[in-house]
Design a protein around this ligand. Structure first.
Ligand code: GLV
Ligand code: GLV
Length: 316
């Protein structure tokens, strides 16, 4: 069972091992629809908007062997509930790293160089002319990028930032390997020091109970008044109301957001602000990457259903 349309090449991988049903609704299934749709399935290819929990497994039935989430993040999956019932969970790490890092950097440039605002100005047919003080942004060279979570995507963002002449600091649960620190000239900082000193703070950690609202009022208060927050990870890592208030009151410099606390809703306060660049969860949205993600999910399902080890399993 595939809960949402995927590229045909992924369906072809599944067809080699199973009868395939693809849900063709142009929207996420409701929890009830999802439970009805997966009844009797041996494997499920799921999307990040599907809630995969104990009830889901009960509804599917005891033959269920594998759920492949087409995303690197799997906060929508209650992993212990599944693995405890003998169901394998997989995600799609690696294949979306560069696409997501590109998007993070694109949104960062969009906010620092005011590209969205500039485009809105032109499209509104407002008269303009070149002058030295017109629509000034800020440069990135010599500024410090503070990365929260120096995993694959965090490292890929850091590499881009180095090419732009930025200094790299990072924080996270663990220190990165020495070779990675050396390659990126990345300085490990305690979280509070990173928040206090970075010019740009980019979030690349998973959403867990300990990262929910990591960026809250107190965190925003600690930041420089010029700080820019970049979020291409998961919306609930940021307290969106607190962020909107801080941006509106000029307590921080700007934000670049690809994800939101209650997707597809976006806090209306954010939509009124020019110091915010926003996109509708497009981090991995290139044809190449989305195809690779769907194919990897399909290969994970095919492996488990044919009695082999999954390629990219998730463990709780
Ligand atoms: C997308 O948000 C992902 O986690 O892959
Ligand atoms: C700007 O367009 C320049 O030529 O410097």
């Amino acid at each position: 069972m595939v809960t949402r349309t995927v590229p045909e090449s992924a369906v072809a991988v599944l067809r080699e091992v199973a009868e395939v049903r693809v849900c063709d609704q142009d929207r996420p299934l409701t929890p009830d629809e999802l439970r009805a749709a997966v009844e009797g399935a041996d494997g499920v290819v799921a999307m990040l908007h599907d809630r995969i929990d104990a009830e889901f497994v009960e509804a599917a039935g005891s033959q269920l062997k594998v759920v492949a989430n087409v995303a690197v993040g799997y906060d929508n999956v209650d992993v212990p509930a599944l693995t405890g019932r003998g169901v394998t969970v997989t995600n799609t790490p690696g294949v979306l790293t560069d696409a997501t890092a590109d998007l993070a950097f694109g949104l960062l440039l969009s906010v620092t160089r005011r590209l969205g605002e500039a485009e809105r100005l032109l499209r509104s047919r407002t008269p303009w002319n070149f002058h030295l003080g017109f629509m000034l942004g800020t440069g990135l060279q010599g500024k410090t990028l503070g990365i929260v979570g120096l995993g694959g995507i965090g490292q890929a963002v850091a590499r881009r930032a180095r090419a732009f002449g930025m200094h790299i600091a990072y924080t996270g649960r663990r220190r990165a390997a020495q070779e990675i620190e050396a390659e990126l000239d990345a300085r490990y900082l305690p979280q509070d020091e990173l928040l206090r000193t970075a010019d740009v703070i980019s979030l690349h950690c998973p959403l867990t109970e300990s990262t929910r609202h990591l960026i809250d009022d107190a965190a925003l208060e600690a930041m420089k008044s010029t700080a820019i927050v970049v979020n291409t990870s998961r919306g609930p890592i940021v307290d969106e109301k607190a962020l909107a208030a801080a941006l509106k009151e000029g307590r921080i410099g700007g934000a670049a957001l690809d994800v939101f606390e209650n997707e597809p809703e976006v806090d209306p306060g954010l939509l009124e602000l020019d110091n915010v660049a926003i996109a509708p969860h497009l981090g991995s949205a290139t044809t190449e990457t989305r195809t690779a993600m769907a194919e990897l999910a399909a290969r994970n399902v095919a492996a488990v259903l044919s009695g082999q080890q999954p390629l990219t399993p998730v463990t709780a």
